[in-house]
Write a protein that binds this ligand. Sequence first.
Ligand code: ADP
Ligand code: DP6
Length: 343
Amino acid sequence: MTQAVGIARAHTNIALIKYWGKRDKDLFLPMNSSLSLTLEAFYTDTKVVFDEELTADSFFLNGIEQSKTEIKKISRFLDLFCEYTGERPFARVESFNFVPTAAGLASSASAFAALALAVADALKLDMTRQELSTLARQGSGSSTRSLFGGFVEWSMGTSSGDSMAHPVDDADWDVGMLVLAVDTQEKKIASRVGMEHTVQTSPFYPAWIETAKEDLKAIKAAIATKDFEAVGQITEHNGMKMHATTLSANPPFTYWTADSLLAQEAVRRVREELQVPAYMTMDAGPNVKVLCRVSDMKILIEALSAYFPSEKIIASLPGPAAYVLSEEDWEQSKIHFAKGSQG
Ligand code: ADP
Ligand code: DP6
């Protein structure tokens, strides 16, 4: 092989039952199993070119050459595949985020799922999606789930080989998400750092783990019976409990800003006024996501527009599993990005 090329798209996912803490930092083994909804509106497109002529790895994100630290993360990730292929040539990785980067909107989830699939495509690896998810996991935990569409569970597993994702339900039953993008600047505390500090210092952490297990069981039962209200209530409660662990860490911290609180209050008011079920969740960033019925999106957006400029309200249907792109799709994607359609 002188050159091997792979291109893939993966959509982001938002956890309804959060992953928040690692039991093994090097292997990205989580403290608890989690469950998410893949989103159609946000995704990452990534191209990898392994080339025997190259003398180093390189990484371009959104057209900009990345720092040594970022390239190192990519190199380390690509090295994971050597277990399957033996030594590898250096690679050029190019990626476009159609989602704000590092703003709590799960760019790392779509990023490493897209990269994992692009590598598998380039190297023609004979791996199942679930196996591939064990590798994506080691780029960023949440990316484990982005290889699949709809509702997806990441089982914590007993070791690196079985800590993997699997699809739970394709979510084609009137369920979607609104993102209230109050602030899309890069966050100050990376999820990785925030969760580690919480595991080490929050006295509430053991309770988080215990109740996350119960929440997962309950949400899976609610998804199986398509009980939207139960799915939403469990989601909202689980998210709030995760954030309670950051407030109880020592020293305490929070990803919420004043605008996050305004957004939360807007969701509470709107659902009360309209008597429409809509449930919020937040991740390691200030933005608020609202799980709602697709058939209620229009009235919810109208009502929420009284509180936010409508360009800050992004509606998403459930998204598909990650998939391979052609060179032609890739060229289109670059044009699309250049036109400013990224988040
Ligand atoms: P987010 O909330 O966006 O997931 P994180 O702090 O968890 O934020 O992850 C952001 C990090 O993920 C970035 O700093 C970068 O290291 C990595 N990342 C984001 N997008 C890409 C991409 N397209 N390809 C490779 N790595 C990426
Ligand atoms: C709050 O997957 O970004 O979004 O594994 O360290 O890369 P690393 O962390 P990351 O953390 C996601 C945390 C979360 C919850 C979730 O997505 O489950």
